[in-house]
Design a protein around this ligand. Structure first.
Ligand code: ATP
Ligand code: MG
Length: 559
């Protein structure tokens, strides 16, 4: 991670500049940041950007980053999400050490501060319904209306707030509101709600509470309790900053955090809204939160994306102050760069076509040594057996080859990678005219893939010994949505890509018989593939992480 961290730092950004300036001016000695997920869903690639930013800054400047669950809405939050979030942050390569916190750790303190505001005439209990409060908020051009309860005596608000906590009232009967300014041009300052009544069991505090602080009342105060210096959030919170500062200013908090906003990550061909991701899961459009097509961290992991590739991507896109949509191809580029370096090469055949080498003896098998990764000399070699019956890829053969198709065809010679040159002598078809077998001859002088006379076939194909190959289920993944801007024309779900998952039965080489879940390899010429968590010996399942760049597809596309 060190080289990546350095390159981030070399590049810097406006937030790192602010942190550096605060240190230089002596305002802080080291930065304290936090990553504050709400446990109401799984983390996605957008969160990864925020995680890399917060933990990255802490590491680079010798500070620390807290993991704090923003668990203030028990109706939507679950232990499953809490566990998944911790696992995903760790897997991304970050460590919060002992600094694991929850907004719910501070419920008693936050309650005390709410009482403090009431006592100082800065908050009041409002008996209006949510609809009434919404209807009196005013508009962009008109101020809001003061609540009829705004001038209620302090003692009365204190009493009612205590009874709200005690459970005397049903959900929605009353709220606690800050008493700021109903005429403020900023809606967030028009007497925002600080506490609401919610009779729901909380994953951590159980039934101890039936009133819960809003995000705005919990967030800044939690930052202050934890000594957070730079509270980094996405741009939609910019309008909340005046409220954040107002609360910090009017409460006896132990430290003064500052909020800074950066642009959220948007990715083409996908959605990063937890609400939509939840629907994809609950409505069965995908195999779960960790479906390899999901932009969740757990989905990307199952797909075979290495954590390093995700961190590199976060560094690549950087941190800006204006929103933009990043091409998903950029993420794929970062991932390919890592996998090209780290993934061992293997042979796999997705759509097998039988080849019989007629001049090769029936029961002779010959082990051939093949380099595991040409990019990494330390990765060593493996042995793959050659034999009389082979599998090649069906689309590596054409009975009537179109122009620029250089692969196998009747009468043509090709190289089988690291093995021999073969020539196609005969094509066998079934009654329906479908090619079922090719009869070929090999040239014994070309062992290893070179001919003594220097002749060079135009194509090199991957292959497997049919007797030795192991069957595998292979899931070919493509973008979940078929357009870069899903939902732009209306129904998001109508833009789901029907071919985002195609399952085939293929073969892989024997060295993959015991592939560990998560192990990512390159099937030569086909792409990167990762063993699925459910893959096991005898029932192998591989997920296609990404294709390699395919020059033939480009030629075809050009027509
Ligand atoms: P919700 O719709 O539930 O509020 P959220 O995406 O804001 O979803 P949080 O769990 O509140 O989810 O987010 C945790 C942190 O991650 C916040 O600081 C948030 O700003 C940041 N974050 C969320 N989405 C993105 C994104 N697309 N790009 C960058 N940061 C993000
Ligand atoms: Mg949020």
């Amino acid at each position: 991670m060190s080289t990546e961290t350095q390159s981030v730092r070399e590049r810097s950004d406006f937030i790192r500049d602010i942190v550096a300036a605060d240190i230089a001016a002596g305002r802080i000695t080291v930065p304290v940041t936090r990553f504050p997920p709400e446990p109401n869903g799984y983390l996605h690639i957008g969160h990864a950007k925020s995680i890399c930013l917060n933990f990255g800054i802490a590491a680079e400047f010798g500070g620390r980053c807290n993991l704090r669950f923003d668990d203030t809405n028990p109706v939507k939050e679950e232990q499953e999400y809490i566990d998944a979030i911790e696992a995903d942050v760790r897997w991304l390569g970050f460590d919060w050490g002992p600094h694991l916190y929850h907004a719910s750790d501070y419920f008693e303190q936050l309650y005390g501060w709410a009482v403090h505001l009431i006592e100082h005439g800065l908050a009041y209990v409002d008996d209006q319904s949510a609809e009434e409060i919404r209807a009196t908020r005013g508009t962009l051009t008109e101020p809001g209306l003061n609540s009829p309860f705004r001038e209620r005596p302090v003692e009365e608000s204190l009493d009612l707030f205590g009874r709200m906590r005690a459970g005397d009232f049903p959900d929605g009967a009353r709220v606690l509101r800050a008493r700021i300014d109903m005429a403020s041009p900023n809606f967030n300052l028009r007497d925002p709600v600080l506490y609401r009544i919610v009779h729901a069991t909380h994953p951590r505090t159980g039934d101890a509470w039936c009133i819960y602080p809003t995000y705005d009342f919990a967030h800044g105060q939690s930052d202050a309790i934890e000594g957070v210096t730079h509270s980094l959030c996405t741009l939609e919170f910019e309008n909340h900053r005046p409220l954040y500062d107002w609360l910090i200013e009017h409460l006896p908090v132990p430290s003064i955090p500052r909020q800074y906003e950066f642009a959220r990550l948007n990715l083409s061909h996908t959605v990063l809204s937890k609400r939509v991701l939840l629907r994809l899961v609950t409505e069965g459009h995908v195999r779960g939160w960790d479906d390899p097509r999901m932009p969740t961290i757990s989905g990307l992991r199952r797909r075979g994306f290495p954590a390093e590739g995700i961190r590199d991507f976060a560094a690549m896109v950087g941190v800006a102050k204006t929103d933009s949509v990043i091409e998903v191809g950029q993420l794929e580029f970062a991932v390919r760069a890592v996998l090209n370096r780290t993934a061992q090469r293997r042979f796999g055949v997705l759509d097998p076509l039988k080849v019989v080498i007629t001049n090769w003896p029936e029961d002779r098998f010959e082990p051939l040594e093949i380099v595991n990764n040409p990019e990494d000399p330390t990765a060593g070699v493996r042995s793959v057996e050659f034999g009389r019956e082979l599998w090649i890829e069906r689309d590596d053969f054409a009975e009537e080859p179109p122009p620029k198709f250089f692969r196998l065809a009747p009468g043509r010679e090709v190289r089988l990678r690291n093995a021999y040159f073969i020539t196609c002598d005969e094509v066998i078809e079934d009654e329906a005219g479908r090619v079922v077998e090719l009869r070929c001859t090999y040239d014994p002088a070309t062992r290893g893939g070179d001919a003594p006379d220097g002749r060079r076939p135009k194509a090199t194909l991957h292959w497997l010994s049919a007797a030795r190959a192991i069957p595998a289920e292979i899931r070919l993944y493509d973008h979940l949505f078929s357009r870069p801007d899903p939902g732009a024309d209306g129904d998001l779900f109508a833009d789901l890509n029907p071919a985002s998952e195609v399952v085939v039965r293929g073969y892989v080489e024997p060295s993959l018989a015991g592939a560990a879940p998560g192990e990512t390899v390159q099937f030569e010429r086909l792409g990167y593939f990762a063993a699925d968590p459910a893959s096991r010996p005898g029932a192998l399942v591989f997920n296609r992480t990404l294709t390699l760049r395919d020059t033939w597809a480009k030629v075809q596309a050009r027509g």
